[in-house]
Structure formats: C-alpha cells, structure tokens
Ligand binder design. Structure first.
Ligand SMILES: NC(=O)C1=CN([C@@H]2O[C@H](COP(=O)(O)OP(=O)(O)OC[C@H]3O[C@@H](n4cnc5c(N)ncnc54)[C@H](OP(=O)(O)O)[C@@H]3O)[C@@H](O)[C@H]2O)C=CC1
Ligand SMILES: CC(=O)[C@@H](O)[C@H](O)COP(=O)(O)O
Ligand SMILES: [Mn+2]
Length: 387
C-alpha cells in the first residue's frame, strides 16, 4: 500500500481526534498533510507538533498569531480564515480529504477538493444534505470517490461491496432513538441540554448529539443516503435499534438482507474509509454475541420526533428545501444549546423556515449560499422574537 497523504478538516473534533488515532496506528500507510480547526488553537498546535503536517489552518482569524508563532519555526505553514480552509485542500501533496468539520462549513472545502480531484472521506453529512445533487454531479464529472465515514453509510457501503451488479430493493438505516426514546411531548417540553447531550451509545460533538436526540440526525442521514447510494425516498427505511450494534442493512431484490455489525466505535468506519479498498488490521475491542443476547427493533416515533418527518418531506420536495432545513436546524440547535429555546421548539423553527424561505427547484451553488443565509436570518428572527 502506498502511503496516503491526508488532509484532516476538523482535526480537533470527535471524528478528527479519532482519525488521528487511526493514522497514528498505521504510520506506514498514512501521513498527515493538512490539519484544520476553528477555535481550538491549543489542541491544533499539539496535533501539529505530533503529526507534522505541511500546513495548518485555523478558521478563526483572531487565533492566527498564537498558532503561527508556535508552528512556523517548525517548517509548518500556517493560514487562517474560510478561504484558506477551502484552498488548502487543492494541494498536490494530498490524496484524501477527510471532512470531519461540522455543519454547512463543510460544503465549500468539499467542492474545492472534488474539483482538485481528491478522494473524499465524508463525515460531514451536512454537505450532502445541503447540496447533494451538486456534489454527486461534481464527483462524477471529476471521477472522484466519496467514501462514507458516517457509521450507517459505511455499513451500507460495506454491505454493497461485491454486489455491484445487484440492484438494491431498499436500505434500512438503524437509529439508536437517542436519550429520549419512548418519551412523549409533555416530557420533551421539559428536557434540558444536559439530558439531551447524554447519548446512550456514542460520544460525539454537541451538534450531532442534539440531532440524535431530536431524530434530525436520522433525517439528515436519510438525505445523505439518497445521494450516496442513488435511492428514492421510498427505498430508505429507518428502524430504531437501541443497542447500536447493527449499523445498517441492505435488502436486495431476492429479499436477502445484509447487515454490518460491531461495537459502536467510529474508528472502524474512519479506518475503513481511509484504508479503502483494503481492510487494515486493528485492535479495536471485538463484539461478543453472548454479551448482547437481545438485539431489539422498533418503529421510529416521527409524530413525537417531528424532525424525522420534516427531513423526509424536505427530501420529497427537493430543490433548496433540504438546505433550508439544514440551516434552520443549525441555528435552532445552537439556540437550544445556548438556552434560548426549548427542545420542542427546534422543530418549530425548522418548520417555520420551510414556509418562509422561497423555494428554488433547481438550485446552483449561489442559490444554496443564498438559501442558507436567508434560512439563518429567518430562524434567528423567530428565535429572538420569542426570547
Ligand atoms: N462524532 C461522530 O461520532 C460522528 C460525526 N459525524 C459527522 O462528522 C462531522 C463532525 O462531527 P464531530 O466530530 O462530532 O464534531 P465536533 O464538534 O466534535 O468537531 C467539529 C470540528 O469542526 C471544527 N469546526 C467547527 N466549526 C467550524 C467552522 N465553522 N468551520 C470550520 N471548522 C469548524 C471544530 O474546530 P474547533 O474544535 O476548533 O471548534 C472541530 O475540529 C459532523 O458533520 C457530524 O455530523 C458523523 C458520524 C459520527
Ligand atoms: C456514530 C454515528 O454514525 C452517529 O450518526 C450515530 O449513528 C448517532 O446515533 P443515532 O442518530 O442513531 O442516535
Ligand atoms: Mn450516523
């Protein structure tokens, strides 16, 4: 295997730090070309000292000076700001761009990386939610692979390996149900952010953890799956599986179902994407069937957890609607984490934005930028009118 040079966007986050564990365990297979963070200069500097990338980018321009003075004398080039984040992925020294940054900020660097012919290891699901059609068309044009990192999509991708000739009847995305599985709306009206941040099975960044609690994470994943695997909404089912051992399933036209299983550990799908097509040895803890004698499955409650239904509606409507839903959700989740709105109001903000932002049926890049901006403005206006 020739050594792959990796640009790791969002290296200080949950996926980013686990990706560096994977890279550190395989020094002959992987090298680090680029590391980026938004604010966490201290951790970014420590990572750069250890992994010695060619370049680091700190998104927040105010943090440039400390990062520059800590790293430039080590021969590491340092840049700051959004344009640097987008252009750094174009360097000849990069083979794979791992998009481990959170939210809409993943869109532009991913577009620039695809145009530069880089393989994408995609953790940042929001990129495909916002602009799935644009991204998949660009990837086709530039003959670039998009390798899923999200655990469910990695599971489906793994199940599809060797099945290239066989059409998919449907996929079944598993959902943990989050910390509030089985609760009713009266209960949800009272929940705190501390409760919502306690995911039953996974330790992740704050934004995706709240999305898991509202079931928006599964809604975003339905849209992500549509674009990754070229499916209709009717071909994408969601089943609640509270143990998060089966990471997702594919059903073929003969009725046979393939599932990918394992303990909940993101290092495995990260490593699978970075090493693809090779499965590399790893000493991650192994799953023991006798420790999990009962694996259970139930229907999602999309009447109570309305975000899942809103995401399916957005997918069916198409155009800029998923982009609007994503932006409204990002603003609403930030407001919930800032104690400005309650848990149930997250869905209210999203629904409000879908009725207020103009529909665009065949959006181009500039339409996505404008729709994102307008949805953020409308969401913030509603939140601040009610505070
Ligand atoms: N965590 C997980 O297990 C999983 C995550 N994902 C997806 O992976 C992505 C990352 O999630 P996760 O690692 O949990 O998130 P975290 O919040 O833990 O990390 C986010 C990373 O992105 C950086 N960042 C934050 N805001 C910006 C911005 N505006 N511009 C550029 N960089 C930014 C952060 O920098 P700083 O630290 O300086 O703020 C940090 O490095 C998300 O899209 C998520 O949905 C998918 C499946 C599983
Ligand atoms: C690890 C991962 O891929 C997350 O997206 C996880 O699946 C969240 O869990 P739920 O959204 O199913 O609660
Ligand atoms: Mn997931």
């Amino acid at each position: 295997m020739t050594k792959k040079r990796i640009a790791l966007l969002g290296s200080t986050g949950s996926i980013g730090t686990q990706a560096l564990e994977v890279i550190a365990a395989h020094p002959d297979a992987f090298g680090v070309s680029v590391l980026t963070a938004q604010n966490n200069a201290k951790l970014l500097i420590a990572q750069a000292v250890r992994f010695h990338p060619d370049v680091v980018v700190i998104g927040n321009e105010k943090m440039f000076d400390p990062v520059h003075s800590a790293l430039s004398h080590r021969g590491i080039r340092v840049y700051a700001g959004d344009e640097a984040l987008a252009s750094v992925v174009e360097s000849d020294s990069i083979d794979v761009v791992l998009t481990a940054l959170v939210g809409y900020s993943g869109l532009l660097p991913t577009i620039r990386a695809i145009r530069a012919g880089k393989t994408i290891a995609l953790a940042n699901k929001e990129t495909l939610v916002v602009a799935g059609e644009l991204i998949t068309q660009l990837a086709k044009k530039h003959q670039v692979g998009i390798l899923p990192v999200d655990s469910e999509h990695s599971a489906i991708f793994q199940c599809l390996t060797g099945e290239e000739q066989n059409p998919i009847e449907k996929i079944i995305l598993t959902a943990s149900g989050g910390p509030f599985r089985g609760k009713d709306r009266a209960y949800l009206a009272t929940v705190t952010k501390a409760q919502a941040l306690k995911h039953p099975n996974w330790t992740m960044g704050a934004k995706i953890t709240i999305d898991s609690a509202t079931l928006m994470n599964k809604g975003l994943e339905v849209i992500e799956a549509k674009w990754l695997f070229d499916l209709t909404p009717e071909q994408i089912d969601v089943v609640v599986h509270p143990q998060s051992i089966i990471h997702s399933m594919v059903q073929f036209e003969d009725g046979s179902i393939k599932a990918q299983m394992g303990l909940p550990d993101m290092r495995l799908p990260i490593q699978y994407a970075l090493g693809y097509p090779q499965r590399m040895k790893a000493d991650f803890p192994r799953f023991d069937f006798t420790a999990y004698p009962t694996l259970t499955f139930e229907k999602p409650d999309s009447g109570t957890f309305r975000n899942l239904a809103l995401a399916y509606d957005g997918l069916a409507r198409g155009g800029n609607r998923p982009c609007v839903i994503n932006a409204a959700n990002e603003v609403a989740v930030a407001a919930f984490l800032n104690d400005e709105i309650g848990f149930l109001e997250i869905s209210d903000v999203i629904e409000h934005c879908t009725t207020r932002v103009a529909f665009v049926s065949t959006p181009q890049y500039d339409d996505y930028v404008a729709s994102d901006r307008e949805a953020r403005r409308v969401a913030a206006e509603l939140i601040h009118a009610n505070v």
